[in-house]
Design a binder for this molecule. Structure first.
Ligand code: ADP
Ligand code: MG
Length: 304
């Protein structure tokens, strides 16, 4: 792990919201793909969500079924650590799927660590690892330890988190250099943002370093007054519950906002033979590219 910080830092970004359906996975995949294909970065996408949407969105059904049946997913990683008697170490090299992408342009710089539905039954037991007698495994450092031998290969690791702040998400945060909050710009979807920032900053204090929020990205934006008003509030740092008295400031809103388009919903089908990002994301492509460049700029300026 230490080696990554000697030369170029590996930027590790978690995509987090407590709410599902707000575009976390779509945005994480788009940013990962654009960084890999257009910015020529080596990228690892880690799917931490038992709903497996990122996995299903990047590799064909027969392939993920095979990976799941042979234990080559993050679920197996956690399962192995829960069983102190099973000394067979999880093989991270065998679990990484190389060169995944829905865009057929011959570029293979995006790798995937797949998830599995089996993670649902496991996630609540992960905190019990220490109690299970496996005192060598810190339940919050399982992902970090597993990725340690391979993380230097990547410029970016993008982590698609489940819609919670449980042990699985904390495993992602434990190695994150920053996080991104995708949200639909409406009252209900933005409600939990304060809670996310509050919890992540406490967790960061616990582990003794900062985990900065790079920003909030408005997703699935429709041209209505409510969305426009919430975007204005976010842009002016006026999101409710943040304030001087509690010491927490609202993360900035990314300049690029992602419109709701039919192309994005259609482009989620990995079996569709799509050759360009414009074909995959339609009018959302330019904003997604702009967002990716904003994220890249923040990450790469910080280390200079
Ligand atoms: P989450 O990961 O937060 O649960 P997803 O990225 O899976 O959210 O998005 C939820 C649903 O909304 C999916 O069906 C996805 O295809 C759709 N979606 C996401 N972003 C857009 C968009 N910009 N335009 C249209 N549909 C979108
Ligand atoms: Mg998702």
């Amino acid at each position: 792990w230490v080696k990554a910080f000697q030369g170029e830092e590996t930027h590790v970004l978690s995509f987090i919201n407590l709410k599902g359906g707000v575009g976390k996975t779509t945005t994480a995949i788009a940013v990962a793909e654009i960084l890999a294909h257009e910015e020529r970065k080596h990228v690892l996408l880690v799917d931490l969500d038992p709903q497996t949407n990122a996995t299903v969105g990047l590799i064909a059904e027969e392939q993920w079924a095979e990976l799941d049946n042979t234990g080559r997913t993050v679920a197996q990683l956690f399962a192995d650590r829960l069983n102190p008697h099973d000394r067979a170490a999880f093989d991270i090299e065998a679990a990484i799927v190389r060169g995944v992408s829905t865009i057929n342009d011959g570029i293979a710089r995006l790798d995937l660590l797949p998830s599995s539905i089996r993670l649902i039954e496991l996630q609540d037991r992960i905190p019990m690892i220490a109690l299970a007698g496996n005192f060598t495994a810190n339940p919050l450092e399982i992902l970090k330890n597993a990725l340690q031998p391979i993380i230097d290969r990547y410029d970016y690791v993008i982590i698609d988190c489940p819609p919670s702040l449980g042990t699985v998400t904390k495993n992602g945060l434990r190695l994150s250099t920053g996080y991104v909050i995708p949200t639909i710009p409406d009252i209900v979807s933005t409600w939990g943002i304060y809670q996310i920032v509050d919890n992540v900053s406490r967790f960061a204090t616990d582990i003794g370093r900062e985990i900065p929020a790079l920003g909030i990205v408005a997703t699935k934006v429709q041209g209505n007054n409510l969305h426009a008003r919430v975007i204005d509030d976010l842009r002016a740092n006026r999101l409710g519950r943040f304030g001087v008295e509690n010491g927490l400031t609202q993360p900035p809103l990314f300049t690029n906002t992602i419109p709701q388009t039919v192309a994005v919903a259609r482009g989620a089908d990995v079996e569709a033979d799509i050759r360009t990002f414009k074909g995959k994301y339609g009018t959302a492509y330019e904003p997604l590219r702009g967002l990716t460049l904003e994220i890249k700029r923040i990450c790469e300026n910080k280390t200079q």
